[in-house]
Design a protein around this ligand. Structure first.
Ligand code: AMP
Length: 400
C-alpha cells in the first residue's frame, strides 16, 4: 500500500458482512480480523479512517410495510467489537452519505475511526450509481478497497467510487493484495505438478473454472456431487446420486478436452453410498459407476481417498475448491477430511496450497488446519471468478 496517510482521511471499503445470531451478536469475526491490518496501518501512519461495508441483503429482506429493516441490518452491530479489536473508540454514523455523514467525516482527527451505515441501505449501491459513489468519495482524500469478497461486484462502494480518486490516491488494502498475490501464484508460472481439487454439488456452478483449469493444470481431481454427472456421461450407473442431465454432453467434452491436453483427470473410483440423504441412512461402499437404484453417492470411498492422496502428496502447487462429499453430515465427511489433511501434509513438505471457496474453507477451519495450508481465501465467488480468468471490477477500478 503505497499511500501517504499523514493528515489524510482514508475511505476504506471493508467486508464486515459477518454472520450474526438472533441477538445480533457476531458468531464469526474472521472478516473483521482480516480487515484490521489495513485499518491499523492507516491509523498508525497519521490517517483518519472512514469504513464502509455492506451487511446482509437488506433490500431482499424488507419489512412487511416495504421499509428497510434497519434494526436487523445496521452496521452498528459490529461497532463495539471493532472498537475492542482496535483498542480505540469507533464512531458510528447512521447514514452512509448525507449531511450527518459529511459533518462527522469533516470532524475526524488523525487516529479516529468512523463507521458509515450499511452501504446496501442505498438503492444506488448495487447499481453502481455514480451520484452515490461521488457522495461517498467526497468524504475522504484517499480510497482503499480491501473487500475481496465483493471485488466481483461492480457496486458503488467497491468499484464506481474509485473513479473519483486519481491514481496515487487509491489502493488495494493488505487483504486484497494478499488474495491477488496468492491466486496469481497458482495462475502464473506455478511449480509443477499443479493439482486442482474441485468438489461441491454442481458441475454447472463450476463449468468455467473446470474449462479454464484444463488449460493449465497437470492433475484435476473431481469429487463431490458433481462427479456423478461425469460417471453417467461415461455410461455409469449412478442410482439416485446427484446428477445434472443437461450437462452430460458438457461433461463428456471436458473429459475429451482434458485427454487431448494431457491433463490427468481423477474421478473417485469408489463412493460411500446411502439409501437416504441422511446421516442415519444405511451406508455401503461401492464402485462409483455401479450404484444401485435407491442409493446415492454422498462421499468418496476408500480407494478414491488413497489415489487422491497420492496425487496431492506428489504436487508442488495445489488449488482446492469444494468438498468431496456431504461433509456437513459426519458419516460423509471422511473424504473431505482426508483431502484437508493431505493438502496440509503436502504444504508441510514444501508445496504451495490455496484453499478458496466457502465450503472447503469451512472444512479446513473445522479441522483446525487453516494455518497448515499456504493461503485460505476470504472470497468465495470472487476467488472463483478470479481463477476463471475474469477481470474483477473491484480490481480493475483500482488498477485503472
Ligand atoms: P458447492 O457450494 O458447489 O461447493 O457445494 C457444496 C455443497 O455440496 C455442500 O453443501 C455439500 O453437502 C454438497 N455436496 C457435496 N458432495 C455431495 C454429494 N455427493 N451429493 C450431494 N451433495 C453434495
Amino acid at each position: 500500500m503505497q499511500l501517504d496517510f499523514q493528515g489524510k482521511k482514508a475511505l476504506i471499503r471493508v467486508d464486515f458482512n459477518v454472520p450474526l445470531n438472533a441477538n445480533n451478536e457476531i458468531t464469526d469475526d474472521t472478516r473483521i480480523q482480516a480487515a484490521l491490518p489495513t485499518i491499523k496501518h492507516a491509523l498508525d501512519n497519521g490517517g483518519a479512517v472512514i469504513l464502509m461495508s455492506h451487511l446482509g441483503r437488506p433490500m431482499k429482506k424488507l419489512k412487511e410495510d416495504g421499509s428497510i429493516n434497519r434494526e436487523k441490518f445496521t452496521l452498528h452491530h459490529i461497532v463495539n467489537h471493532l472498537s475492542q479489536q482496535l483498542g480505540r473508540d469507533v464512531q458510528f454514523c447512521d447514514e452512509t452519505v448525507g449531511e450527518k455523514a459529511t459533518t462527522m467525516a469533516n470532524a475526524l482527527e488523525p487516529g479516529q475511526v468512523l463507521v458509515l451505515e450499511n452501504t446496501r441501505f442505498n438503492k444506488g449501491e448495487k447499481k453502481g450509481d455514480e451520484a452515490f459513489a461521488e457522495a461517498l468519495s467526497q468524504l475522504a482524500d484517499l480510497y482503499i478497497n480491501d473487500a475481496f469478497g465483493t471485488a466481483h461486484r461492480a457496486h458503488a462502494s467497491t468499484t464506481t467510487v474509485a473513479q473519483f480518486f486519481p491514481q496515487g490516491a487509491k489502493s488495494f488494502g493488505f487483504l486484497m493484495e494478499a488474495e491477488i498475490k496468492n491466486a496469481n501464484k497458482v495462475l502464473n508460472n506455478p511449480d509443477r505438478p499443479l493439482t486442482a481439487i474441485i468438489g461441491g454439488a454442481k458441475v454447472s456452478d463450476k463449468i468455467l473454472l473446470l474449462e479454464r483449469l484444463i488449460d493449465f493444470v497437470n492433475n484435476l481431481i473431481i469429487g463431490g456431487g458433481m462427479a456423478y454427472t461425469f460417471f453417467k456421461a461415461q455410461g455409469g450407473q449412478i442410482g439416485n446420486s446427484l446428477v445434472e442431465d443437461d450437462r452430460l454432453e458438457l461433461a463428456k467434452e471436458l473429459l475429451k478436452k482434458a485427454a487431448a491436453k494431457g491433463v490427468n483427470i481423477l474421478l473417485p473410483e469408489d463412493s460411500i453410498v446411502a439409501d437416504n440423504f441422511s446421516n442415519e441412512a444405511n451406508i455401503d461402499s461401492v464402485n462409483s459407476n455401479s450404484i444401485a437404484d435407491g442409493w446415492m453417492g454422498l462421499d468418496i470411498g476408500e480407494k478414491a481417498r488413497a489415489s487422491f492422496s497420492e496425487t496431492i502428496l506428489n504436487s508442488q502447487t495445489i488449488l482446492w475448491n469444494g468438498p468431496m462429499g456431504v461433509f456437513e453430515m459426519s458419516n460423509f465427511a471422511n473424504g473431505t477430511k482426508t483431502i484437508a489433511e493431505m493438502v496440509a501434509k503436502a504444504t508441510n513438505q514444501g508445496a504451495f496450497s490455496l484453499v478458496g471457496g466457502g465450503d472447503s474453507v469451512a472444512a479446513v477451519k473445522q479441522m483446525g488446519l487453516a494455518n497448515e495450508v499456504s493461503y485460505v481465501s476470504t472470497g468465495g465467488g470472487a476467488m472463483l471468478e478470479f481463477l476463471e480468468g475474469k477481470e474483477l471490477p473491484g480490481i480493475k477500478a483500482i488498477k485503472g
